[in-house]
Each structure stands twice: as structure tokens, then as C-alpha cells.
Design a protein around this ligand. Structure first.
Ligand SMILES: NC(=O)c1ccc[n+]([C@@H]2O[C@H](COP(=O)([O-])OP(=O)(O)OC[C@H]3O[C@@H](n4cnc5c(N)ncnc54)[C@H](O)[C@@H]3O)[C@@H](O)[C@H]2O)c1
Length: 327
């Protein structure tokens, strides 16, 4: 029973059969100097690890976070860690580390996304990389401020509006990149256009998978629309990573020690899990590459349902209406 529960959680987080690879690809120090990067959900887990590395590479990193106090705390800690690393140096690149800025962004509120983007457009002269990283996983049925099912609303619709409102800035900063964090669990999702808000029935695993399939369809449709602009967009799965993403999953007390053991042994650390985001955001190897799906810093194949152009277009059109970009 305990083993079954642990296996189910493992499968739910990363997709059964995922081979955990522990790899690191360091970027050259200074690689991101002069570049501005926006990371959503950057105060914890993968987003925090991505922010730390891009900061070390010299980027100006904007943390788009829901809870300003928690994000400021994470930012202070990141700055402290960087200073300590420099003092213990000789760590090349640390002395040329970038800047860290916190801005408030709640992806469960279209009002907040709009206010955030307005502030960005007024105060930031450029945006070189946008990393759509924030996510919510298998929560009980909840709605966003605008009445959307929470996982679809945050993971897909919030980022859909954010990206569209920042596209002008990304284009004027080109060559620029958009990186979308999806999950292998997209495989179990489907876009049910008749019930995108899951009002008829709600299955929390299925809805997470749907939102992550939407991330991929969005990426591919956006790549098509951005052809010839020098703005690229790619999507990734990070593998199974030891973060707080599973906060809504109830693990029985008796099973917890086993789960902790399994996650310690088999899950990636956030630093390991963040490598593909960092790679897509910064590596010269992917200059000009767009519309592709990556895992462990390598391109991977997608299931046909994630490559269906007519579904991608329909999802785009409906999303435009849902977030109020088209009346
Ligand atoms: N951890 C894994 O095993 C795993 C596997 C596959 C995909 N992912 C994806 O990786 C991404 C990062 O997740 P993580 O594992 O680092 O988990 P995490 O919980 O540590 O990070 C998620 C971040 O998203 C933020 N967030 C949630 N709702 C938000 C909202 N309404 N507005 C703004 N920010 C919000 C959280 O505050 C948090 O900072 C997610 O998109 C997740 O779906 C993770």
C-alpha cells in the first residue's frame, strides 16, 4: 500500500517511466550580461533555481511573484548566497553578477496580469527572455478571480495574457526568447472545448495535464505566429523535481518517510530540474530554434495530440476571448 502510494505520487509528478538524469550545463560567465529576464513564480522551486543561475550569469532578473513579502525574502537570500559564493570565490562570473528585482504578479487574476504588464511596459526598456514557469498542481476545485478553473487559469490563461501583453517589448528587444515550463503529464490531458472550466466534472490530475498540454499547444501556435520576428518560443518538461509543487497532494503520515526516501533518491533537485529552462534561456546552441519541446537539454518528440495545429489555433482563439484580448 505504502509503495503503491509512493509510486502513484511519483508517476503523478513526473510521468511513469521517467528516467531521472542528473546533469548540469554551466553557461559562460557574463553570457547574460545586459539581458533582462522575467521569471514567473521565481520565489521557489525551479523558478528560484533558474533565477539564481541566470543572476550568476549576469542577467537582470525580474521575479514575477504573487506574494511580494515571500519574494523579497527569496531575493534577499539569493543575493546573500551569491555574495557568499563570491567571498569563497574564485567563482568566475560571480563578481559580474546581475540584478534582482521583485514585481507583484498574480496569474490567477487578469487584473493583476494587466497591471503587472503596464508597469513592465512603463519601467522596463527591454525584455530579452520571458520564462513562464509558475504553476499550480492538482489543487481541489477552485476558481480564479475571473471564474476560470484554477489550474487552467493560472498555468495556461494567466501566462497566455502575460505573454501577449509583453510581445511588443519582446519584439523590440529581439533577438529574444520565450521559455514555457510544461510537464510530461501533458500526455494524459485533452482539450475539452465544451468544458474548459471543468464545471461539468472535475478531475484534478486530468485538469493539470490539460493545462500542461495547453502550454505546449500555445508554444507551437505562438512559434508559428512569430515566424520571421527573431523572437523564439520553446517548451520543456523539467523531469520529476523535489519542490513544493505537490502541496495539494495528501500523503498519509505512515507513507511520508517512504515518500521522502523515494524523492530523495530519485527526484531531481531544483538546480538539476532547472537546467533545461536555463539552457533554453541562455544557450547559444538554441539561437533561432523555435516551437520545439525539450527535456534534459535535448529536443524530444511530442505525441500527435500536442502537435495538432487545428486544436492549437482553436485554443488560441478561445483563449483570446476568455482573457478579454478579443471581445
Ligand atoms: N516539480 C516537478 O516535478 C515538476 C514536474 C513537471 C513540471 N513542473 C512545472 O514546473 C513549474 C514550477 O514548479 P515547481 O516544481 O518549481 O513548484 P513550486 O510550487 O516550487 O513553484 C511554483 C511557483 O508558481 C507560483 N505560483 C502559483 N500560483 C501562482 C499565481 N496564481 N500567480 C503567480 N505565481 C503563482 C508559486 O508561488 C511558486 O513560486 C510549474 O509550472 C510546474 O507545473 C514541475
Amino acid at each position: 500500500m505504502a509503495v503503491a502510494t509512493a509510486a502513484a505520487v511519483l508517476a503523478a509528478l513526473g510521468g511513469a517511466g521517467t528516467r531521472v538524469q542528473r546533469l548540469r550545463r554551466g553557461g559562460d560567465p557574463g553570457l547574460m550580461h545586459g539581458k533582462t529576464v522575467l521569471i514567473t513564480g521565481a520565489n521557489s522551486g525551479l523558478g528560484r533555481a533558474t533565477a539564481a543561475e541566470l543572476l550568476r550569469l549576469g542577467a537582470r532578473v525580474i521575479m514575477g511573484c504573487r506574494d511580494r513579502a515571500r519574494a523579497e525574502e527569496a531575493a534577499s537570500q539569493l543575493r546573500r548566497e551569491l555574495r557568499q559564493a563570491a567571498e569563497c570565490g574564485p567563482e568566475p562570473g560571480v563578481s559580474g553578477a546581475g540584478e534582482l528585482i521583485v514585481r507583484e504578479l498574480d496569474l490567477a487574476s487578469l487584473r493583476s496580469v494587466r497591471a503587472f504588464c503596464q508597469e513592465m511596459l512603463q519601467e522596463e526598456p527591454r525584455l530579452d527572455v520571458l520564462i513562464n514557469n509558475a504553476g499550480i498542481f492538482q489543487c481541489p476545485y477552485m476558481k480564479t478571480e475571473d471564474g476560470f478553473e484554477m489550474q487552467f487559469g493560472v498555468n495556461h490563461l494567466g501566462h497566455f495574457l502575460l505573454t501577449n501583453l509583453l510581445l511588443g517589448l519582446l519584439k523590440s528587444s529581439a533577438p529574444s526568447r520565450i521559455v514555457v515550463v510544461s510537464s510530461k503529464l501533458y500526455k494524459y490531458g485533452d482539450i475539452n472545448f465544451d468544458d474548459l472550466n471543468s464545471e461539468q466534472s472535475y478531475n484534478k490530475s486530468f485538469c493539470y495535464s490539460r493545462s500542461k498540454l495547453a502550454n505546449i499547444l500555445f508554444t507551437r501556435e505562438l512559434a508559428r505566429r512569430l515566424e520571421g520576428t527573431n523572437v523564439t518560443v520553446n517548451v520543456l518538461h523539467p523531469g520529476i523535481v523535489r519542490t513544493n509543487l505537490g502541496r495539494h497532494i495528501h500523503i498519509p503520515l505512515l507513507v511520508k518517510p517512504l515518500f521522502n526516501l523515494v524523492s530523495w533518491a530519485f527526484f531531481k533537485t531544483p538546480v538539476e530540474g532547472a537546467q533545461t529552462s536555463i539552457y533554453l534561456a541562455s544557450s547559444p546552441e538554441v539561437e533561432g530554434v523555435s516551437g520545439r519541446y525539450f527535456g534534459d537539454c535535448k529536443e524530444e518528440e511530442l505525441l500527435p495530440k500536442a502537435m495538432d495545429e487545428s486544436v492549437a489555433r482553436k485554443l488560441w482563439d478561445i483563449s483570446e476571448v476568455m482573457v478579454g484580448l478579443l471581445k
